[in-house]
Design a protein around this ligand. Structure first.
Ligand code: FES
Length: 82
């Protein structure tokens, strides 16, 4: 079984690689025949929803999301004073 990978592009779409099925709100399946990856719009400006059409470049959309750092483990309590 192949792995699905979703990667954010800097100030651009979500690049989806792997065997996925994309279905609209009415249950219709998008034809992805022959495509090894698809770019899903996350700027909201595309004319080909849900796919990226490159408009994010001309509209100046800036993504500020990054993977947050892992939470740090709290330090153990200090031993009692003697
Ligand atoms: S991310 Fe490319 S058009 Fe929206």
């Amino acid at each position: 079984m192949s792995e699905v990978v979703i990667k954010t592009r800097l100030n651009g779409p979500l690049l989806v690689t792997g065997p996925v099925k994309i279905i609209d709100h009415e249950g219709n399946v998008y034809d992805l025949t022959g495509k090894e990856n698809v770019a899903l719009c996350r700027c909201g400006q595309t004319k080909r929803r849900p796919f990226c059409d490159g408009t994010h470049k001309s509209c100046g959309w800036v993504a500020e999301d990054l993977v947050p750092p892992a939470p740090t483990t709290p330090a153990p309590p200090a031993p009692p004073a003697q």
